[in-house]
Design a binder for this molecule. Sequence first.
Ligand SMILES: Cc1ncc(COP(=O)(O)O)c(C=O)c1O
Length: 296
Amino acid sequence: MFIFLDGSWVTREEATVSVFDHGLLYGDGVFEGIRAYDGVVFRLKEHIDRLYQSAKAILLEIPYTPEEMHELVLELLRKNNFRSAYIRLIVTRGVGDLGLDPFKCPRASVIIIAQELALFPAELYEKGIQVVTVSTRRNRNDVLAPAIKSLNYLNNIMAKIEARRAGAQEALMLNTEGFVAEGTGENVFLVRKNALLTPPAYIGALKGITRQAVIDLAGGLGFTVLEQPFTLHDVYTADEMFFTGTAAEIVPVVMVDGRTIGEGVPGTMTKQLSQAFHDLVRQDGSRIESSVKQVS
Ligand SMILES: Cc1ncc(COP(=O)(O)O)c(C=O)c1O
């Protein structure tokens, strides 16, 4: 397996970083989780755009242009002969001293890894998952903007610990005002009658690329989408619920805090959107073999 590490294609064993890297010392860096399906990297451009926005927000200069980064991801997949894979793109602040001053780190480090990933066992997509609301609140916008996909995921990890300790597969996180924000690595949707509800990003959610894909698909299926804040009461009384994320894809939620959602099985709108999503991901993105010329 090849990994891209600061300009070189290295093996798994060779892919090591310095103990002075501020990504390791302070979680100072940004990342993206991307996915390729049957030779297409789903919405790669959107992922690269979000990476550069996260980097801009933390004043991190990425030593490649977005176009170069785009090509590096495709090249990694070609080198590994992968047509389907989960891709992790990481940019750390790089090597500095033990102080936290980022200006003492002369060059950011770029790492790209591709491998297979199954976040939840396949049967949970058929049956749906159980979720608990956790006491860990989502980062506030005025403390650390949740829109930054940074290497500091302790907020989400604390929530995941709570959920796993409570015997649930995933956590539902609220913001500090008690509105529903998101999962630990997923955006959240409710279905109420013919409408889909999802919290606006300012509530405390990442602007998910899967979230946007679901919003785009919903229009075509004739569903209304409302980006508006909602509470746990809305969750408990929803007809259907699901999480979205690159790793999780669309995962139905059938129980929250001991309350059955809808009929307690994945709902029909969730299934329709899931089907449409699985068709979309094989078309809407960058072709891995894009540089291969057609022989006429
Ligand atoms: C905190 C958080 N929310 C939501 C998401 C879902 O975003 P996307 O659909 O872009 O993967 C992720 C994963 O990237 C995440 O880390």
